[in-house]
Design a protein around this ligand. Structure first.
Ligand code: NAP
Length: 315
C-alpha cells in the first residue's frame, strides 16, 4: 500500500460543509485534498429546489448549488479524489487515514461526512429497496411513479418536501406519520396538508412492505397507533423520510460521539475535536440545525481553524 508525503489538509466529504471548507482552505493556499465518498455533493444533490440558501431569491436547484461549490473550490486549487476512509490513526502525527487503495497522511483533517437516511427496519423494506419500490429520494426516483399511488413515511420537512415533489408525478401521495401533527416547519406542513393530491395518514406507523415474493412493492401495511387497526395502502412506491444517521463510524473510536453517533466537539467550539488539528463540520456533527447554510458555516470555521493550526505548528 502506497504512502505519500503528508497533506496540509484532508477534507473528507463533498457536501456543503466539505466544499465550503475546501473553498476556504484552497483560497488560503493550503492545497487541500478532498476525499469524495459514495454521494458526491452530499444530501443536497438529492433535493429539488433549495429555497432558503441565502443569495438565491428565486431558489436554486440542489444539484446545481453543489456543482457550483465544487467548481469554486476547484478554481482555487482544491484537489479531488474518490476514496472511502475505512479507519484512522489519530494518535500518530501526521494523522493517518486508511482507505482501500492507500493510506493518506494529513497534518490536519476536516471530517464532513454528513449523514445517511435512516430506515424503518420493517419487513420488506430492505428486500424491496432500490429499483423495486422502496427509496429515500423523490428527486431521484419520483418520475418512475407517474399516475401511481405512493406513500411517504415521516413527518418532518423532508417528508413534507418529498410528498410535495411527488405530487408532480403520482396520482395520490399518502403521507404516513406516527403522530397527529407534522414536525415540519409551518410553511411546509401547510403546503403538504393542503395539497389536493396528498392524503394524510395520521397516527400511523409502517408495519410491513408487501410484495416481497413478487419482487416489487404492492402496498404498505400501516397500523393506527390509537385504534390498533391495520390497513394496507395500495402503493407502488414507498419513500422513507424519517431522518438521518451521522456517518461517523470510521472515526468514532478516535473522537467523542454522542449516543446517536454525532461527533461532539470540545466545549467552546463547534468544530474542534479533542484531537489537535482534527475538525468536524456539517451534519455529522450537528443534530440541531442540519441546514445547508449552517453546514457551510461549520466548514468555513473548520478550514480557518486548520489554517491557524498549520500556521502555529508548521504547514
Ligand atoms: P426530522 O426533522 O428528524 O424528522 C423525522 C421525522 O420522521 C419525524 O416526523 C419523526 O416523527 C419521524 N420518524 C422518525 N423515526 C421514525 C420511525 N422509526 N418511524 C416512523 N416515523 C419516524 O428529519 P428530516 O425531515 O429529515 O429533517 C432534518 C432536518 O433538515 C430538519 O432540521 C429540517 O428542518 C431540515 N430540512 C429542511 C428542509 C427545508 O428547509 N426545505 C427540507 C428538508 C429538511 P416525530 O415527529 O414523531 O418525531
Amino acid at each position: 500500500m502506497s504512502i505519500t508525503p503528508a497533506e496540509n489538509v484532508v477534507i473528507i466529504g463533498t457536501g456543503c460543509a466539505g466544499l465550503t471548507a475546501a473553498i476556504y482552505a484552497a483560497r488560503a493556499n493550503l492545497n487541500p485534498l478532498i476525499l469524495e465518498g459514495p454521494l458526491p455533493g452530499g444530501q443536497l444533490t438529492t433535493t429539488s429546489e433549495v429555497e432558503n440558501f441565502p443569495g438565491f431569491p428565486g431558489g436554486v436547484d440542489g444539484f446545481q448549488l453543489m456543482d457550483s461549490l465544487r467548481k469554486q473550490a476547484a478554481k482555487f486549487g482544491a484537489r479531488f479524489e474518490q476514496a472511502l476512509v475505512q479507519s484512522v490513526d489519530f494518535a500518530s502525527s501526521p494523522r493517518e487515514l486508511a482507505c482501500a487503495e492507500r493510506t493518506i497522511l494529513a497534518k490536519t483533517v476536516i471530517i464532513a461526512t454528513g449523514a445517511s437516511p435512516r430506515m424503518t427496519g420493517i419487513p420488506g423494506e430492505r428486500e424491496l429497496y432500490g429499483g423495486k419500490g422502496v427509496t429515500t429520494c423523490a428527486t431521484c426516483d419520483g418520475a418512475f411513479y407517474r399516475k401511481m399511488e405512493v406513500a411517504v413515511i415521516g413527518g418532518g420537512d423532508s417528508a413534507a418536501e418529498e410528498a410535495l415533489f411527488l405530487t408532480r408525478f403520482a396520482s395520490k401521495v399518502y403521507l404516513v406519520h406516527r403522530r397527529d401533527a407534522l414536525r415540519a416547519s409551518k410553511i411546509m406542513a401547510g403546503r403538504a396538508t393542503a395539497h389536493p393530491k396528498v392524503q394524510m395518514v395520521w397516527d400511523s406507523v409502517p408495519v410491513a412492505v408487501t410484495g416481497v415474493p413478487e419482487g416489487a412493492v404492492s402496498g404498505l401495511r400501516v397500523r393506527n397507533v390509537k385504534t390498533g387497526a391495520d390497513s394496507v395502502l395500495p402503493v407502488k412506491g414507498i419513500f422513507v423520510a424519517i431522518g438521518h444517521v451521522p456517518n461517523s463510524a470510521p472515526f468514532s473510536s478516535a473522537l467523542d460521539v454522542d449516543q446517536n453517533g454525532y461527533f461532539v466537539p470540545v466545549a467552546g467550539s463547534q468544530v474542534r475535536t479533542k484531537v489537535p488539528g482534527v475538525y468536524v463540520a456539517g451534519d455529522c456533527a450537528d443534530h440541531v440545525y442540519r441546514q445547508a447554510v449552517t453546514a457551510a458555516g461549520m466548514g468555513c470555521q473548520a478550514a480557518i481553524e486548520a489554517e491557524r493550526w498549520l500556521a502555529e505548528h508548521g504547514g
